[in-house]
Design a protein around this ligand. Structure first.
Ligand code: GLN
Length: 473
């Protein structure tokens, strides 16, 4: 049996029927990581002893005839900005190189209670800032069989699932960091409704945009993981009671909006052609395709690159060389201020510093109204665009990214060109709606992702449409 091909439901069935044990399954994935990951480098750290122990626990339950959960014994990879007690959580930053988490993130607590097996922590752009995982302070991740970047910032999680090193993975998405690497690596990635999943124990980047979500092989696997991690958490005041929306609709009769602003000059023509052909398949399956307009899309990237750095600059203030993390204290006998300055200068990478400076600038007294306040106003308009669109259509379909994965080094010298990689994903975070990227084919042997966007709390519409699309793809 090829364990890398099994869906979560298939694994569950096989475990219950004792076709294989959780220990065998964990052993297989540990073997795959040992074999492949010296080239791929999806993982920053592993705790195989913990994984084996977790798997044994599941086997004992099965032996004792106890009920097991759908995710019991399922091996998962976790982005390194999500805390697992007792394991390192570096967020790919020198600042946190030796930081060991003292508690579990809520999502981890939930998965642990379901007996999920944790294989390790995955590589990412430093503090989740980037689109290629090249901003990791430690090393680059190279997806299997692909010569290009895995995307980012959750590149390690995407590459791990794509390479069959894990059944699913968790990532975080602030402006596209789950969907864009999912698209580049040819796997499914979900950014949930803002507030649907607790951010407690997620190392904060931009708190009004950050959401944790799954990478998986299929839309249904993403559904299983999402169902397991969602829900209100009293430790995250922005988490909400998830409103389950009854969704009977599959593709038949589904009103799919195609925003004209997402088919722009400068996007890869072959990607555009493929996306349109796949949307046509959805139409042939009974969906009603309608052109719509999201008129403020053109401002989304500018708004994102004002609001996100503003929040970054405030969230990064805690890394001061005193409270925790990297410190130059003791190296040079300077005063307190020089400990702050030197620790941050040495501990943080260039992209993080760039954003702290941008954010501090847009929040400064003289510029606050011109930048931050104005951007907040335009954010409301972007949200209103989606509200209006969803009065007419059930979901919106777009490309996840204007291109397939780019080459290593292609955009690192020009931050603006890197920022443009997020053009189709950031509006979704600004509005807080859910979106999923589903693999929809290849262009020159490189995967392409189709992004489906739903109204707040309509994740189930995404899963249903995604599943039916997977069947006709
Ligand atoms: N690539 C985007 C950025 O650099 C998104 C990052 C993210 O979603 N964490 O900000």
């Amino acid at each position: 049996m090829d364990f890398t091909k099994l869906t979560i439901r298939e694994i569950n069935k096989n475990l219950k029927e004792k076709k294989f044990s959780a220990s065998e399954l964990a052993g297989f994935f540990i073997g795959e990581i040992e074999k492949k990951d010296k080239d791929i480098k999806a993982f920053l750290s592993n705790d195989f002893a913990l994984a084996k122990k977790q798997a044994q626990g599941v086997d004992e339950k099965i032996k004792a005839g106890e009920e097991i959960s759908m995710l019991a014994g399922v091996p998962a990879a976790i982005k390194d900005n999500i805390l697992i007690q007792g394991m390192k959580a570096t967020a790919s930053s020198k600042m946190l190189e030796n930081y060991v988490a003292t508690y579990d993130a809520t999502v981890i607590e939930k998965l642990k209670s379901l007996d999920t097996v944790f294989l390790g922590k995955t590589n990412m752009d430093e503090f989740a800032m980037g689109s290629s995982t090249e901003n990791s302070a430690f090393f680059k991740t190279k997806p299997k069989d692909l010569s290009k970047v895995p995307g980012g910032s959750s590149g390690g999680s995407a590459a791990a699932v794509a390479a069959g090193e894990a059944v699913f993975a968790l990532g975080s998405d602030t402006g596209g960091s789950i969907r864009q690497p999912a698209s580049f690596c040819g796997v499914v990635g979900l950014k949930p409704t803002y507030g649907a999943v607790s951010r407690y124990g997620l190392i904060a980047m931009a708190s009004s945009l950050d959401q944790i979500g799954p990478f998986a092989k299929t839309a249904d696997d993403a559904r299983v993981v999402f169902e397991a991690i969602k829900g209100k958490d009293k430790r995250d005041a922005t988490s909400v009671n998830y409103l389950d929306r009854l969704q009977e609709k599959g593709l038949k009769g589904l009103k799919v909006g195609i925003p004209k602003e997402y088919f722009i000059d400068g996007m890869d023509k072959e990607v555009e052609r493929l996306i349109k052909a796949e949307i046509k398949k959805m139409e042939d399956a009974g969906a009603k395709i309608e052109e719509i307009s999201l008129p403020h899309t053109k401002s989304a990237l500018s708004v994102y690159y004002i609001l996100m750095p503003a929040e970054v600059s405030s969230n990064m203030a805690r890394y001061d060389g005193i409270k925790y993390g990297f410190s130059t204290h003791g190296q040079n006998s300077g005063d307190l201020l020089s400990v702050y300055l030197n620790s941050r200068a040495e501990g943080l990478g260039a992209e993080v510093k760039r954003r702290i400076m941008l954010g501090t600038y847009v929040l400064s007294a003289g510029y606050y109204d011109a930048y931050y306040k104005r951007a907040q106003q335009v954010r409301t308009k972007i949200t209103d665009d989606f509200k209006k669109a969803f009065e007419k259509v059930d979901i919106i379909a777009t490309p996840t990214s204007p291109t397939t994965a780019f080459a290593f080094g292609e955009k690192t010298a020009d931050p603006l060109s890197m920022y443009l990689a997020d053009i189709f994903t950031v509006p979704i975070n600004l509005a807080g709606v859910p979106a999923i990227s589903i693999p929809c084919g290849d262009v020159k042997s490189m995967p392409v992702g189709l992004q489906l966007i739903a109204p707040w709390f309509y994740e189930e519409t995404l899963f249903k449409a995604g599943e039916e699309y997977e069947a006709i793809r």
